[in-house]
Design a protein around this ligand. Structure first.
Ligand SMILES: NC(=O)C1=CN([C@@H]2O[C@H](COP(=O)(O)OP(=O)(O)OC[C@H]3O[C@@H](n4cnc5c(N)ncnc54)[C@H](O)[C@@H]3O)[C@@H](O)[C@H]2O)[C@@H](O)CC1
Ligand SMILES: Nc1ncnc2c1ncn2[C@@H]1O[C@H](COP(=O)(O)OP(=O)(O)O)[C@@H](O)[C@H]1O
Ligand SMILES: [K+]
Length: 478
């Protein structure tokens, strides 16, 4: 059963928004919400643009209804406004009422009218968009000099962020209640421009009834343990890392990430390669004994397997870890070892593929990253962290977190190894796998944001402790 998370982090899908609206229509009423939505759009525009000639493109549904309301408020504020309806709203609907209240100028839904306006408001389709818009619609949108979307651009799938057709970019999108996944995921994120989310007084019970399962990653969605006087190194947690002989750098980066994010103890299982690691950081413990013997120590619950490992090295370690029922994070070489048979990874707690590794394991994810990662997580019964500019963190129970708390500064070789170390530390601190993965990705992102311009990967470590302190402080405030 998915655990209930704080609704303030929720990212309801358009389908869930439909459910929310149905619930709201039983209490507060759609017309009242539509009025606040249109008012919020007008306010956002007035705050960012000087008065100018505005054209509002209105579709037949509630998105169009929001457009008529925004037009009315902008006109009332003295702006030059025209509305271009694509099709009239259904008689008796809330949008019909909003259209009737707008008494200003009406013009044709045509490219030349969009071209003449200084600012075009896209109220054609929002959460109801269910197929690619017709070429005539795209032609009008594309003729605009400056575009603002109500809720979502009429070209973007609000669930996946996919562009249904090639269309223009927007200066700003004003959504309501909560952002949708399509506002966060690329390419939707980029097409939307500045994102504003307006509070329109939607009762919380309506959002709850919508049953969101996708969340924006951040402190409060999870809680990282704080430092405590009762701490000792085993309480903070031991991270054990399987080390390779050929690529020691990856192992060392993961170990450094684990230590810098607060592990009590980091041990490297290096076998015959121990000598090379002994020359490294003095705070590491290097083991040269056979893995089987090391696994007799019950305190060593959490293992990282994959960074810097060749396939034979994974073959010699991962099955043993799984047989001894350890909490295993599989990354890099361990994913390569599984090839296109992801079931070989059954028993691990977390995997952290980038898109290439994901594709080799499960096939190309297509436009819907969340659906593909969900299917993958269910298939192997593990948390999947699909890494990217926005990382998708999925639990086998269906919970999804989207992480946009990151920086392109992280796009440097080895940064994935650091991340694996950080997540391992969260696991060793006793966090459940999905929460540990969410926290690790956020801390890694925060470190990337703090690390200045063009940091080398080792520079991330210096910021992980402060990132952890910030996560603890923010979670307390929520
Ligand atoms: N969630 C909320 O809190 C609120 C939402 N409101 C607005 O309501 C909108 C959703 O309204 P609707 O459910 O009426 O949906 P839309 O107004 O987005 O779409 C209307 C209808 O257009 C049709 N359609 C979809 N794609 C099409 C295409 N490519 N070509 C031709 N026709 C197409 C569909 O049959 C759809 O039902 C939101 O986007 C938002 O702007 C607000 O009015 C009130 C509060
Ligand atoms: N443009 C970007 N914006 C934000 N984060 C990024 C970006 N590019 C990469 N990252 C992050 O950097 C890390 C790179 O990991 P990975 O691809 O495994 O690299 P490596 O194998 O070199 O360690 C991931 O956590 C990913 O989410
Ligand atoms: K729209």
């Amino acid at each position: 059963m998915p655990m209930k998370s704080d609704l303030r982090f929720s990212l309801p899908t358009p389908a869930q928004c439909g459910e929310m609206d149905r619930k709201a229509s039983e209490t507060i009423g759609i017309s009242a919400l539509m009025d606040r939505a249109g008012w919020a759009v007008a306010q956002a525009i007035r705050a960012r643009f000087a008065p100018c000639r505005v054209l509002v493109l209105c579709g037949p549904g509630n998105n169009g209804g929001d457009g008529y309301v925004a037009a009315r408020y902008l006109e009332r504020a003295g702006w030059s406004v025209q509305v271009a309806p694509l099709a009239p709203p259904r008689e008796g609907s809330a949008a019909f009422g909003a259209a009737a209240q707008y008494r200003g100028r009406i013009t044709d839904f045509a490219p030349e009218n969009a071209r003449r306006a200084d600012l075009v408001i896209d109220a054609v389709f929002g959460a109801g968009l269910d197929r690619p818009p017709a070429p005539e619609v795209v032609a009008v949108l594309s003729a605009a000099r400056t575009l603002v979307a109500i809720d979502l651009p009429s070209t973007v799938n609000g669930t996946t962020g996919a562009a249904l057709v090639e269309g223009p970019d927007y200066r700003m999108s004003v959504t309501f209640v909560r952002p949708k996944p399509g506002h966060i995921l690329y390419p939707g994120r980029e097409i939307c421009g500045e994102l504003i989310c307006a509070d329109i007084g939607m009762p919380e019970v309506c959002l709850e009834a919508a049953g969101p399962t996708i969340w924006l990653n951040g402190p409060g969605l999870w809680h990282v343990p704080a430092m405590s006087p009762e701490d000792h190194k085993y309480r903070r947690g031991v991270v054990s890392i399987c080390a390779g002989q050929v690529m020691p750098g990856a192992t060392r980066l993961a170990a450094a990430g684990a230590r810098a994010s607060g592990a009590g103890l980091v041990r490297i299982s290096a076998g015959e390669g121990a000598a090379a690691y002994c020359l490294g950081a003095p705070g590491l413990v290097i083991d040269d004994g056979p893995l089987k013997t090391l696994l007799e120590d019950e305190r060593r619950r959490v293992w990282l397997c994959g960074p810097g490992l060749t396939e034979p090295e994974v073959a010699a370690s991962l099955p043993l870890l799984l047989a001894s029922e350890r909490i295993v994070l599989a990354d890099a070489g361990a994913l390569g070892w599984a090839g296109s048979e992801p079931e070989k990874l059954r028993g691990v707690s977390v995997i952290t593929p980038h898109i290439g590794e994901f594709t080799r394991l499960f096939g190309a994810p297509g436009d819907d990253l969340v659906a593909a990662a969900r299917e993958a997580a269910q298939r192997i019964g593990a948390v999947v962290v699909l890494k990217g500019a926005v990382s998708v963190i999925v639990s086998p129970d269906g919970r999804v977190a989207l992480n946009d708390h990151a920086s392109p500064a992280l796009a440097t070789a080895g940064s994935g190894d650091t991340l694996a170390g950080v997540i391992a530390t969260m696991l060793a601190a006793g966090m459940a796998p999905w929460e540990a993965a969410c926290a690790g990705v956020w801390l890694h992102g925060e470190a990337g944001m703090r690390a200045g311009n063009w940091p080398i990967v080792e520079a991330l470590d210096a910021h992980l402790g402060d990132a952890r302190a910030k996560a603890i402080a923010l979670a307390c405030e929520i």
